[in-house]
Design a protein around this ligand. Structure first.
Ligand SMILES: [Zn+2]
Length: 411
């Protein structure tokens, strides 16, 4: 059985009509009241919260009744985060949502996929209509009936529409593409059964350069506009959004190509698990001046695109991947320069590629299905050259570019 893939489509909307703004304010109140009730009575399930609170809240708020259980879900979601923080001793004040919002399940609203007309009920037969400005990219989801409509979220200025579809079951891989994730490239190896291995690098299109330019610009802005904090904050935020868009766009090109290539070769994609910190200073690498966000973002993109394409993704613990010799297994405890050099067997390899080889080795050691499909002997490729991933024969991605800043994935 496949899992469910969810994407969230974002639509900017202007000033919302007054009845809708009032509805958002009511919904926010219901969520905040629900939070207090659930906290007071130590409630963690929607059913129990409904028993405890539905009657009172539906009497106090004259809104379309189907919104109330959805408000319970939002409240329980907020509480879940809060309880985790309390357990870690990080927070104690009672949480609440600050901004007006509305969340509606797909049976509560009507959306016309052709015209973009959205009808949101307020109460009884009363409702408001909005027209969502669809881009061509949005339309690819609406024209494809395998994408079902999910929940709707409205906040001032923005409508978020979730679309979902059942993802295919991942295939059994017959090869592997293992990559180390660096600031400006993914580096590693494409390997398959008859000991054919190619060292590859996939540049991220100058992401590091983009980050540096924006970093400098932000610093200048911060210096210049010190007399007005509000203006400064606004400028900085806008600058940050621009940077995010430019970076995301570049990453989409790479993630799209990589997933298409993997599918074409029935390969598993092997990556390091970025949420685990390695024993080799990776955690420090993550905390350098430029943010590590692009590395997490490219993984996010690869994972959701792979899920939709039925491409298996394997994540491995990155501990020691950049300090281990893939041939003899010896480790270096000192700092590794641009090239990894093994003191035991003289193996020498670009540090980032070397990490990619170790990522593959780790995956082969822990994943039987992959080990059956892939033979890998790094010693055999000692003198091999590194080629750009995009040059792999017969494969030139006519990758359609996705507009940036209009999608995200929700769990
Ligand atoms: Zn060695």
């Amino acid at each position: 059985m496949g899992s469910r893939a969810v994407r969230t489509l974002s639509f900017p909307v202007g000033e919302l009509p007054a009845p809708l703004l009032e509805l958002l304010a009511e919904f926010r109140l219901i969520v905040n009241k629900s939070i207090r009730i659930a906290l007071r009575e130590d409630i963690r399930s929607r059913n129990r919260l409904a028993t405890a609170a539905y009657r009172t809240l539906s009497a106090e708020h004259r809104i379309y009744k189907q919104y109330i259980p959805t408000a319970f879900d939002v409240a329980l979601g907020v509480l879940k985060v809060y309880r985790r923080l309390v357990r870690k001793g990080k927070r104690s004040s009672i949480p609440f949502i600050r901004r007006p919002m509305l969340k509606a399940e797909n049976q509560s609203y009507r959306f016309d996929r052709e015209t973009g007309r959205l009808r949101i009920p307020i109460r009884g037969t009363e409702g408001v209509q909005l027209y969502l400005m669809k881009s061509q990219w949005h339309q690819t989801f609406f024209s494809d009936s395998s994408w079902e409509l999910g929940s709707l979220t409205v906040v001032p200025g923005k409508v978020l529409l979730a679309v979902r579809r059942v993802a295919p079951k991942p295939y059994q891989p017959s090869s592997a593409i293992a990559l180390d994730t660096n600031e400006d490239s993914l580096d590693g190896v494409v390997a398959s059964r008859p000991e054919i291995a190619t060292l590859v690098t996939a540049p991220l299109g100058g992401v590091r350069q983009v980050q540096m330019v924006h970093f400098r610009r932000r610093r200048q802005l911060a210096r210049r506009k010190t007399h007005d904090r509000r203006v400064q904050r606004w400028l900085l935020r806008r600058e940050g959004q621009r940077e995010g868009n430019r970076v995301r766009q570049r990453l989409h090109r790479t993630s799209k190509f990589l997933v298409a290539l993997a599918k074409d070769r029935r390969a598993a994609i092997v990556l390091e698990n970025l949420t685990l910190h390695g024993a080799d200073g990776r955690s420090r690498r993550m905390n350098r001046r430029l943010s590590s966000w692009p590395r997490r973002e490219i993984h996010r993109q690869i994972e959701y695109k792979a899920a939709l394409a039925g491409v298996p993704v394997i994540k491995v613990n990155p501990a020691w991947t950049s300090k281990t010799c893939p041939v003899c297994g010896a480790r270096r405890r000192d700092r590794v320069g641009k090239d990894f050099v093994c003191l035991m067997c003289d193996w020498e390899m670009d540090r980032q590629i070397n990490a990619g080889l170790n990522i593959l080795k780790t995956a082969l050691a822990s994943n039987e299905a992959l080990a059956r499909a892939v033979r890998f002997q790094p010693g055999a490729l000692r003198h091999d050259v590194v080629i750009p991933l995009y040059d792999l024969s017969g494969f030139l991605g006519g990758a359609r570019e996705e507009p940036s800043g209009v999608e995200s994935q929700t769990g």
